[in-house]
Design a protein around this ligand. Sequence first.
Ligand code: NAG
Ligand code: NAG
Ligand code: NAG
Ligand code: NAG
Ligand code: NAG
Ligand code: NAG
Ligand code: NAG
Length: 337
Amino acid sequence: MEISTLFILLLALDSSVHAFGEGPFQGWFQSVPDQIAGPLPVPSDLIVYQDQNPNVSRSATFNPFENTWAELGPDSVLRNAEWTWRVNVSQFYAPYNGSDAVPSDRQAFVSQTYDFSWSTEGNISEALDGATGPLCITQLNAWTDLPVNVTNGLTDGTSCIPALGQACVDAILNKTPRPSIEEGCKWGDYGRFDEMPECRGSFGRDRGLFGTFGAGFSLGDATNQINSGDTFWVNMSGPVLGYETWLYETVANQIQLLLFSALLPTSTQSNTSTVPGMELLCLRANNAKLPDFDINKDGIAVVGEVVLLSAGTSTTAGVDLLTYLGFMALIAGVVIG
Ligand SMILES: *[C@@H]1O[C@H](CO)[C@@H](O)[C@H](O)[C@H]1NC(C)=O
Ligand SMILES: *[C@@H]1O[C@H](CO)[C@@H](O)[C@H](O)[C@H]1NC(C)=O
Ligand SMILES: *[C@@H]1O[C@H](CO)[C@@H](O)[C@H](O)[C@H]1NC(C)=O
Ligand SMILES: *[C@@H]1O[C@H](CO)[C@@H](O)[C@H](O)[C@H]1NC(C)=O
Ligand SMILES: *[C@@H]1O[C@H](CO)[C@@H](O)[C@H](O)[C@H]1NC(C)=O
Ligand SMILES: *[C@@H]1O[C@H](CO)[C@@H](O)[C@H](O)[C@H]1NC(C)=O
Ligand SMILES: *[C@@H]1O[C@H](CO)[C@@H](O)[C@H](O)[C@H]1NC(C)=O
């Protein structure tokens, strides 16, 4: 593709990319608001219903903060604990009355949720053996699209090792500084995996302005009640105009990566000492093997580039071609830039 064509496509896309980044709702440890007014006048019941009846869902178990178990008290509920992490992705239609609405008044939306479940009694603080400090979480930045060969490594379980490799996982766990709890779970400037030499093979190349990490978020100890099975993250898109299948397939196939950290009490006595715990999890809602085919010939195939070629999913026929090519160009732009 000629450079000039690429810029035209990028320009053509600018407005839709904007709408796309600003979903009506994105949040950690909070429920969907009762009513979302304005361009998307839907009650939260609809979103919650769709999240609970997703197009694709996958869950896997893990042993939370296993590396701290030896240091916890003998009766700690965390020792030998098994939690389940579930990722749901749904695509659905809702009325839309925004100014850029197309002739149909029904627009597609893509929503994604995470939940944890555990078998012990009580809320997440009790499941963390009474931890009161924030549970600091961070994830891959929105535009980080990993290479297909790395993504295909992940088929089941929550371990990131099959995708990122042992050295990269060790580097993330050992070199990422613990977030500053005083500053509300600030993860600091470091924590860009693409700057860790051990991770260059998986995260590929310099992504310029598109850092690997988004911001950190905190679980306050008083106002948020998170129980087993509750949504702890929701990311609902804005209206998806034209590229609905592409967005859904990309979100469903990409590696979801979570890094979280907490100070775990070593006994049930008050004012007890704590042990810092760090946990890294990876999961793909749709773990189908994607074709490793470098469509734009820039030397690397990323998920958003190939999802519509994948067998068993829809073809590009349903997608506006300009938008589709534009996203390819955008990915190329991100990767080259
Ligand atoms: C439709 O959109 C307009 C402008 O965004 C807004 O004022 C109005 O409340 C919306 N309609 C509904 C039913 O929410
Ligand atoms: C995820 O989907 C399952 C059904 O596959 C549903 O039972 C669960 O409530 C959903 N989770 C969330 C957080 O909506
Ligand atoms: C997701 O499921 C809904 C029905 O619940 C359906 O209308 C929609 O087409 C599905 N989307 C995809 C991408 O399969
Ligand atoms: C993926 O492909 C790149 C480039 O061909 C290579 O450097 C890297 O080692 C591969 N990674 C895996 C996990 O196969
Ligand atoms: C969890 O429950 C305990 C005991 O009922 C309560 O003190 C605490 O505030 C709750 N915390 C969260 C995060 O739900
Ligand atoms: C949230 O959803 C939007 C699509 O609406 C997507 O572009 C973005 O990557 C998502 N954010 C994360 C952190 O996955
Ligand atoms: C715990 O520490 C606080 C402040 O450091 C102190 O006021 C309180 O008395 C201590 N509680 C116990 C049971 O030691």
